[in-house]
Design a binder for this molecule. Structure first.
Ligand SMILES: [Zn+2]
Length: 266
C-alpha cells in the first residue's frame, strides 16, 4: 500500500503554489487523474466554488500551476458568470407576507406557532398558506414543497381522467404522480405507464399547467410513449390548438419559477 496518494500530494503542491492566484480566490482547487487523458482539462462546479483540473498520468505540479495561470481569463470569466446565475435564481424568504403562487393564484405565507402541516386558507380578501414556524426553521422550504406536492396530486387526479377520456378513451389510463426533484415540468415513464408533473409546475398559470399535463398525456397515448416528432405535435395540437405558443411560454417561464431556494431572513 502506498504511503501517500500521489494525486493528493500533487494537489497539495499545486494548491500551495497557487495560494495567491487571483482567479482561484474563494474556491477549492481539485485534481483528478485520468489514465487515458493526453492533455489537462478544466471544469468549474458547486456554484463556482470548486475548480477541477483533470490531469493525464505523469503530470507535475509545475505543469498544473502553469496550466491554471494560462487559463486564468477563462476561470475568472466563468466563475463570474456562474455566480451571477446563482444570484439570479428565485429565492423566497420564509416569513409572514412572502408571496407564493398556486396555479397562477397568489397566496401569502403566514408563519404561526400553531402545530400542524402547511395548509391553504382564505383569510379576508386573499389566500394564505399557513405554516408552523418550528417546522420551517427545521426543514426550510420542505414543508411548503410537501404542500405543493399534495395539492398538486389532488389537482392532477381531478383533471387528468377527463382529459384522458378525450385523448385516448380506449386505452388504459396512466397512473399519476408528482415529482419532487426534477428540472422538467413533467415526464412520461413508459415502463410504468405513469405521467408525472413536477411540484414546481403548480406555480405556473393555469393554461401552462394544463399544457404540461396534456403534453405528457399525449406521450402516454402514443405507441411506446414515443418522444417528440411531427406526429407528436399533430396529436398534441389536435387536443390543444395553442400548444406551440404554450410550449414557448413555458420555456420562458422556467427561470422565474421558484425551485425551493430560500433566502435567510435579515
Ligand atoms: Zn415531451
Amino acid at each position: 500500500m502506498p504511503l501517500e496518494n500521489p494525486l493528493s500530494l500533487l494537489a497539495e503542491q499545486a494548491r500551495t503554489a497557487l495560494s495567491t492566484e487571483p482567479s482561484l480566490k474563494g474556491c477549492t482547487l481539485k485534481l483528478t487523474s485520468h489514465a487515458r487523458r493526453r492533455h489537462m482539462g478544466l471544469s468549474i462546479s458547486d456554484a463556482g466554488r470548486v475548480v477541477t483540473v483533470r490531469t493525464p498520468p505523469g503530470t507535475s505540479s509545475e505543469q498544473v500551476v502553469a496550466f491554471v495561470i494560462h487559463q486564468r481569463p477563462w476561470i475568472t470569466a466563468n466563475r463570474a458568470r456562474i455566480s451571477e446565475n446563482v444570484a439570479a435564481i428565485p429565492r423566497k424568504e420564509l416569513v409572514t407576507g412572502e408571496g407564493f403562487d398556486f396555479i397562477g393564484a397568489p397566496m401569502r405565507l403566514k408563519v404561526t406557532d400553531i402545530p400542524g402541516s402547511v395548509a391553504r386558507a382564505r383569510l379576508g380578501s386573499g389566500w394564505w398558506l399557513t405554516a408552523n414556524s418550528a417546522e420551517l426553521s427545521q426543514r426550510g422550504a420542505a414543508p411548503l414543497i410537501d404542500w405543493y406536492a399534495d395539492a398538486g396530486a389532488t389537482w392532477l387526479h381531478e383533471h387528468a381522467p377527463e382529459l384522458w377520456q378525450r385523448i385516448a378513451p380506449q386505452a388504459a389510463m396512466p397512473t399519476l404522480a408528482i415529482e419532487r426533484s426534477t428540472r422538467r415540468w413533467g415526464s412520461y415513464h413508459h415502463a410504468r405507464h405513469e405521467v408525472r408533473l413536477a411540484w414546481r409546475a403548480f406555480q405556473l398559470p393555469r393554461p401552462l399547467l394544463h399544457y404540461a399535463l396534456v403534453h405528457e398525456l399525449v406521450h402516454a397515448a402514443r405507441p411506446g410513449g414515443r418522444p417528440h416528432g411531427p406526429e407528436f405535435w399533430t396529436l398534441l395540437q389536435r387536443h390543444l390548438p395553442t400548444a406551440r405558443r404554450d410550449h414557448g411560454l413555458i420555456r420562458k417561464a422556467g427561470p422565474q419559477v421558484w425551485e425551493g431556494a430560500i433566502r435567510p431572513a435579515p
